[in-house]
Design a protein around this ligand. Structure first.
Ligand SMILES: Nc1ncnc2c1ncn2[C@@H]1O[C@H](COP(=O)(O)OP(=O)(O)OP(=O)(O)O)[C@@H](O)[C@H]1O
Length: 228
């Protein structure tokens, strides 16, 4: 699903965020990316959907050559991915259903299929009854559920999440993690950057630790390994 070879990223101001990173992530894996603040986790995540480009190295995501693809191919890369952020990033003037449907309008899905898919993903995240609400009428956990519904509505092979529980209390975080677990159980690959030690230690999934832009640990059933 993801092949990263010798990837380095130096930002315009000279900050080295990643240095010669090599990683392979297979289809259906659930991978946590951990590390201290500023270690390079977000940069790693943002490379995957081409929000930033590497300074050197090669990166294949879901069959797309992220570094060398023409601009016209970028939408095809992103259609195969769902992305979830810490701050939800919902459109405030659209309802729950419209926020989710918007991700399908972008790919010009037929109207009937769209309605069916929106209902199906709202069922998965347990928010069917709130489809008419606006984001401001939802709790943080509910907003994150909508963001997850939006991320999976086009059946992506890969879901990428950057601190998805960062703004949520422990109980709500677990509800969100249960949804990610279910999505993964259906075969979707998940790559998640997180600071949540308890979640990482409890889930016992693959853990990739980044320090100063380098991978320092990669364990199949890893632990968080840092003090919170
Ligand atoms: N757009 C940018 N321009 C310049 N430097 C940047 C940019 N984005 C990130 N950096 C720097 O790159 C390094 C890695 O940042 P990154 O956001 O990837 O870390 P992180 O591990 O996600 O941190 P956090 O846990 O605080 O989100 C840091 O030193 C950061 O200051």
């Amino acid at each position: 699903m993801i092949q990263m070879k010798d990837i380095s990223k130096t930002y315009e101001n000279g900050t080295v965020a990643l240095e010669r990173v090599n990683v392979e992530i297979g289809k259906g894996e659930f991978v946590f990316i951990v590390g201290a603040s500023g270690a390079g986790k977000s940069t790693f995540i943002r490379l995957l959907f081409r929000e930033v480009l590497p300074s050197s190295g090669t990166l294949i995501v879901n069959g797309h050559d992220v570094v060398n693809m023409p601009k016209s191919e970028v939408p095809y890369l992103r259609r195969g991915l769902g992305v979830v952020f810490q701050d939800y990033r919902l459109l405030p003037d659209k309802t729950v259903a419209e926020n989710v449907a918007f991700a399908m309008q972008v790919i010009e899905a037929p109207r009937r299929r769209m309605q069916h898919s929106v209902n199906a993903v709202l069922d998965i995240v347990g928010l069917r009854d709130k489809y008419k609400n606006f984001p401001s009428q939802l709790s943080g956990g509910e907003q994150q559920r909508v963001a997850i519904a939006r991320a999976i509505v086009n059946n992506p092979a890969l879901v990428i999440a950057d601190e998805p529980t960062g703004n949520l209390d422990p109980e709500t975080s677990w509800e969100i993690m249960d949804i990610f677990k279910r999505i993964n159980a259906s075969g979707t690959t998940i790559v998640m950057a997180t600071h949540d030690k308890y979640i990482v230690d409890t889930m016992k999934r693959r853990v990739i630790a980044i320090e100063d832009g380098k991978i320092v640990r990669d364990e199949a059933q890893g632990v968080y390994g840092y003090e919170n």
